[in-house]
Design a protein around this ligand. Sequence first.
Ligand code: ATP
Length: 263
Amino acid sequence: MAREDKLVKLKIDNVYKEYQGRNGKVVALNGVSLDIAENEFICVVGPSGCGKSTLLNIIAGLLEPTSGAVYLDGKQIEGTGVERGVVFQQYALFPWRTVIKNVMFGLEMKKVPKDKAEEIARKYIKAVGLEGFEHSYPKELSGGMKQRVAIARAYAANPEVLLLDEPFGALDAQTRVQLQTELLNTWEQEKKTCFFITHDVDEAIILAQRVIIMSARPGRIKRIVDIDIPYPRTQETKSDPRFLELKAEIWNEVYQEFLAVRK
Ligand SMILES: Nc1ncnc2c1ncn2[C@@H]1O[C@H](COP(=O)(O)OP(=O)(O)OP(=O)(O)O)[C@@H](O)[C@H]1O
């Protein structure tokens, strides 16, 4: 099916955002428009400060655009909502809750009966390889394990859209690769619309159907690259000639923007 035939899940329509900074006005986003199809996996790359997190926070409803709007299923987003789950780089777990209680949080909010909530939580705890740690507290877990809990929690709440802001940014390279694989497996089994920010071009290509390259501040969409590598993708995909070609292309675009920031 051609993309234009697919249902538009998220419509980002001419979003402009400015902040009142210490030294005056800062234009973070300048006219960003993008249609994201249902169940599409989008990765966003771009130099530091180009407005990636600002855009994600606007989609999450945590920030309001100065002008323009974002629509979910045709309805303008105003504030946060259970149909949008967010995973940040810092795990944002409740320290006083065990792993299973953290994962059950969104289900409790939705008033899912306790037995059912526990069953769902266990399923996702298993999916992220944390069986046996159900009753551990966040302080007893490594960074990678905490991020697994955050992903299990986001999936368990069954949002329609997952917004992930550099979720693996603070992890070591091996854990990062493992979590990419787990996220890919989960997404292939239970598709969701994913909007994933990363600084890592390899990560963007291995995960995404489309990579959005943003320009240096004020952020605009510079280029959209279709990742025409079939799923299932594995870590071996990273040595595929097409992968290497796309990597060189995207890296070069991002590097030019990085240089523009440094000027
Ligand atoms: N609350 C704020 N007040 C003033 N300026 C802000 C505020 N939040 C962000 N900015 C500015 O807006 C621009 C975009 O910030 P944003 O965090 O969205 O970028 P980013 O692309 O996510 O950066 P990074 O890759 O470093 O996380 C930056 O120049 C930043 O300094």
